[in-house]
Design a protein around this ligand. Structure first.
Ligand SMILES: *[C@@H]1O[C@H](CO)[C@@H](O)[C@H](O)[C@H]1NC(C)=O
Ligand SMILES: *[C@@H]1O[C@H](CO)[C@@H](O)[C@H](O)[C@H]1NC(C)=O
Length: 447
């Protein structure tokens, strides 16, 4: 079976961080995050597990569909650059980061999930059979002069559009897709076209955009109007924008997901991307596979409080059933079982003096009302000896007022590990698709 779509699974049940009325360390006033009814960190964790299962299934199908599609390799010299603010979805009830993008001519504005795990950009759309149930913005292709449906007979439809349907009554009929998710029992249906996307002053034409007319599934994307694809694929927004404007590079910087509402990070293409100083210490190869959108990196070792953990090398090796994906659309990091066990054992050992509390779905949660101890330092050494040291709050996370948890989930082994957006927060991540490396550096992301 061919490789299929990379819709943001986590969107299918958007979740508020229910217990996120968290006093920030700085002693600023408490930010209340509105919780959607029934929302909980447990549900967000479940969404991440669904997404992880989905990523795993895509990885498993590699080989069968290998070489299915090619990624546009031609990179023109950077002629321009742009960036857009990225906001944490925590205030609007999701575990992702959101970007404002304008689609069509004249432009219609949307709030899209910035997702490195997606290859198709899509927006909720008007004009299909049923009208969308959402209250957010809805794209009206009929009102856009630049909307051009992709014919179902085209290679783009057959090879590049994920979940495209075989049905093609006439060569010029529209290219239709139907995402189906076994785990989330959800689906999104629509037609693909090319459109003009405008971000700030930058205008990109010929962007492949899915117009999702109907979707079924629980509380679908209440906080977003669709997905901005940042994955590696020739129809992805990031690949196209990076090659057209960014010299083959793009970068994102994620603020603390619980930062005050007005605080934004950014997504940047082109020269104005504050280029992290490239050195051995902050740069590692990114493994790009044209048959899937994911950004895979190689971990050499993980250290807690200065000590290297005993984790079998295969766990970090994409060629041996393991490997690590950097994913902006996953909230909580998932570590394959041997890595998970080693990491939580080492961290919890250092926190042994702190009273434990129960807080599903995490194994280790603590009553942190009094001044807690120092969170032991976590360091990830990537191939090429680049060392990533996330702040303690990115892995011993605020779960509820006065409660912190070791905020990682256990994944199956053999299986891939996924570094989620909380772990990546307060760092600038730059992806060089042309030279195939990723670099990172600590940043407040507020420019
Ligand atoms: C994607 O790649 C295929 C094959 O190289 C090409 O024909 C197609 O035009 C590309 N699509 C886009 C949107 O660049
Ligand atoms: C945390 O500890 C404080 C002080 O001992 C106690 O009052 C509070 O109930 C505890 N909270 C939880 C969630 O157990």
């Amino acid at each position: 079976m061919a490789l299929h779509g990379h819709l943001l699974l986590s969107l299918l049940a958007s979740i508020a961080l229910a217990a996120a009325a968290v006093a920030r360390d700085r002693g600023t006033p408490i930010d209340l995050v509105p919780a959607a009814p029934g929302a909980s960190l447990a549900e967000r964790a479940r969404d991440d597990r669904h997404r992880h299962a989905y990523i795993t299934s895509v990885l498993a199908s590699r080989g069968g569909g290998g070489g299915r599609r090619r990624v546009a390799a031609e990179v023109t010299s950077p002629s321009s650059s742009f960036s857009m603010p990225l906001t944490s979805g925590a205030y609007s009830g999701t575990g992702q980061f959101l970007a404002r993008v304008q689609v069509g001519t004249p432009p219609q504005q949307f709030l899209l999930v910035a997702d490195t795990g997606s290859d198709l950009t899509w927006v909720k759309c008007h004009g299909g059979g049923q009208s969308p149930t959402s209250t957010g913005n809805v794209f009206r292709p009929a009102d856009s002069k630049t909307w051009a449906p992709i014919p179902c007979s085209s290679d783009t439809c057959k090879l590049d559009v994920p979940f495209s349907l075989a049905k093609c009554p006439s060569p010029t009929s529209p290219c239709t897709y139907d995402y189906k998710y076994k785990e989330a029992s959800a689906s999104a249906r629509g037609v693909a076209g090319t459109e003009t996307a405008t971000v700030g002053a930058a205008k990109l034409d010929g962007v492949v955009v899915g117009c999702t007319a109907t979707n079924a599934g629980e509380s679908f994307a209440s906080a977003a109007d669709g997905v901005l694809s940042l994955g590696y694929a020739n129809i992805s927004f990031a690949t196209r924008a990076a090659s057209r404007l960014g010299g083959g590079r793009f970068a994102y910087c994620l603020v603390d997901h619980l930062a005050a509402r007005h605080v934004t990070g950014y997504l940047a293409f082109g020269c104005q991307t504050p280029p992290p100083k490239r050195s051995k210490s902050n740069q590692t190869p990114v493994l790009l596979d044209p048959t899937m959108p994911f950004y895979t990196v190689t971990v050499e070792s993980v250290h807690v409080a200065g000590a290297a953990l005993d984790v079998p090398g295969e766990v970090w090796d994409a060629a041996k059933g393991g490997g690590v994906i950097l994913d902006s659309g996953t909230t909580l990091t998932v570590l394959a079982a041997p890595a998970y066990k080693a990491v939580v054992a080492a961290i919890s050992e250092r926190l042994a003096g702190v009273p434990r509390v129960r807080f599903d779905p995490f194994e280790y949660c603590y009553n942190w009302t009094s001044r807690g101890p120092e969170v032991p330092k976590l360091a990830v050494r990537f191939a090429g000896s680049a060392v990533f040291e996330p702040p303690g709050k990115s892995y011993v996370i605020d779960a509820a007022p006065g409660i912190k948890c070791i905020g990682v989930q256990q994944g199956e082994w053999p299986g891939v590990s996924v570094f989620g957006n909380i772990l990546q927060q307060e760092h600038l991540w730059e992806f060089d698709l042309k030279n195939q490396w990723v670099s990172f550096m600590p940043s407040s992301c507020t420019k």
